[in-house]
Design a protein around this ligand. Structure first.
Ligand code: SAH
Length: 490
């Protein structure tokens, strides 16, 4: 099981610089013990014109089986023979990726103390993997490597050269070539994409794999067109980890998006809410209902969670009663629009001291959100996938624990009253669900019960006798007498 990395040189940049970059001297063959066997690094050729380093891993198949068991790997037990007779020792796979990161860890980080000018420089690179197990075949290999700047040659390896009629094996011979990548980038691509193509991890996927993936994927994974497939396969399709990784990638992606097209989005969103809310200016009614409930609660320091473009923050700023207003949203674009709407950059010192916009995801606990009088979640919960709701619930009611929480959400029963809404459609393309009155109440009551809050419900908009109001609002009040008792009981 092996791969080779080659480079070519010029008079002022000899190919043997590869030895510095890899921190392995071209004149010596070296061995390293890794968790799964012995890794060898050797240089089949090392001249100023051309230099090739080979990484070869001798896998200890027996240790591999024991290790797998010892770590309590899930799934059905393998048959006795299959444990020992499998392709792991021979194919470039997740094991090779692990060896790569063990043997070339400094190179992967792009560090070289002796020659600091080398790592940041792109150089001609050619990587060859003679036997790559690839679920998804050559097409997927191209879809994964080409967007990263590689020229890809991927040829199926026949099952048996003498009997071509037997067809191809599940292996490919892979050649990657690029002139514009650094060695560290190349190694980080391989570290992630070899196991993704292999798609059978040999070890238990622990939660810290998410950190490893994001670290190795820095700078290229968030924008990769196949980032979902890569994430899901790298994490062995462990759903909760994949979800976490995708959320974190989304944060990075949003943070990286430039805001030049804010104007466009601003208009697009205005149009959208126009069609959504023509029959009644529902957004206005909602804001008024929220302001009234906040007023009644006596809150002075308020969080607007999922503040979007800052309309509520703006309304709160106009009322001197509110001494601290924090708008939180996952979308950098929405926050940029909000900042413009509020004229944050031109605000006087006293106003500016009252308001803050922060980026964050509501499905993670966030210390910055602790200790407020009230939190508003206006038309936010329906934007989360239902399996993410418990995370939001915990972050808001369990960790941040404001005295009052206001939650508004569409009442799906009312949708039949919207003239422009085709039957069975939700009001907004990004809504992951819309609740009936009963569903919203059941969820709210359960949340209140679990976290020591009392909850009451208020209709927003005309309360239709048959289908109820267009918007439903829940007002949660922290039960100060016995919060801990209730928390413990839950
Ligand atoms: N509260 C505003 C905006 C509602 S639109 C209003 O009532 O008009 C929903 C907003 O929630 C969007 O701005 C979206 O970016 C934000 N959002 C969705 N999921 C989020 C999450 N997990 N964390 C933080 N904000 C989120």
């Amino acid at each position: 099981m092996f791969l080779t990395i080659s480079t070519t040189g010029t008079p002022d940049s000899p190919a043997t610089d590869l030895g510095f970059l890899l921190h392995k001297h071209p004149d010596h063959a070296q061995r390293f013990s890794t968790a799964h066997g012995t890794a060898h690094v050797l240089y089949p050729e090392a001249t100023a014109e051309r230099c090739t380093a080979a990484l070869l891993l001798e896998v200890d198949a027996v240790a591999l089986v024991r290790r797998g068991k010892g770590k309590g790997r899930g799934g059905a037990p393998d048959t006795a023979l299959a444990q020992y007779v499998n392709d792991r020792p021979y194919a470039a796979s997740s094991l090779l990726a692990v060896a790569l990161s063990a043997v070339f860890s400094t190179a992967m980080k792009g560090q070289c103390r002796a020659r600091p000018e080398l790592p940041p420089a792109a150089r001609p690179l050619r990587i060859s993997v003679p036997a790559l197990p690839a679920r998804g075949g050559a097409d997927l290999v191209r879809a994964l490597f080409e967007p990263l700047g590689w020229t890809v040659t991927a040829e199926a390896v026949p099952l048996d050269e003498t009997f071509p009629e037997w067809g191809d094996s599940r292996y490919l011979r892979l050649e990657l070539a690029s002139e514009r990548l650094t060695l560290a980038e190349a190694l980080r691509h391989l570290y992630v994409l070899l196991p993704v193509l292999d798609d059978t991890k040999h070890y238990w996927v622990a939660p810290d794999e998410v950190d490893k993936l994001l670290r190795a994927g820095e700078g290229w994974l968030p924008g990769h067109p196949e980032h979902k497939l890569i994430t899901s396969r790298f994490l062995s399709r462990r759903w909760s980890l994949t979800r976490e990784a995708l959320d974190r990638l989304e944060l990075v992606r949003l943070a990286e998006t430039d805001d030049t097209d804010v104007e466009e989005i601003d208009n697009a969103v205005d149009e959208e809410s126009d069609t959504e809310e023509k029959p009644v200016p529902l957004a206005v009614l909602r804001r008024e209902a929220i302001l009234a409930a906040l007023h009644a609660s006596g809150a002075r320091r308020v969080l607007d969670l999922g503040c979007g473009q800052g309309q509520l923050v703006q309304a709160l700023l106009k009322d001197v009663r509110y001494t601290e207003i924090v708008g939180v949203d996952v979308s950098v674009r929405a926050l940029a629009i909000a900042a413009r709407r509020l004229k944050l950059d031109r605000m006087g010192e006293r106003q500016a001291a009252r308001v803050r916009l922060v980026q964050g995801s509501l499905s993670y606990t966030d210390r910055r959100l602790k200790g407020y009088d009230a939190a508003v979640l206006s038309e936010v919960v329906e934007h989360l996938d239902p399996p993410r709701l418990p995370a939001l619930e915990y972050a808001v009611f369990g960790a941040a624990r404001p005295g009052t929480v206001l939650v508004t959400t569409p009442n799906v029963e009312y949708n039949v009253r919207w003239e422009t809404l085709p039957a069975g459609h939700s009001r907004h393309g990004d809504h992951r669900f819309e609740w009936t009155r009963e569903e919203f109440r059941a969820w709210s009551r359960a949340v209140a019960e679990r976290h020591g809050y009392t909850v009451e419900f208020t209709p927003v908009g005309l309360d239709d006798p048959e289908v109820g109001p267009p918007t439903q609002m829940a007002v949660f009040t922290l039960d100060r007498a016995t919060p801990t008792a209730k928390e413990e009981a839950a």
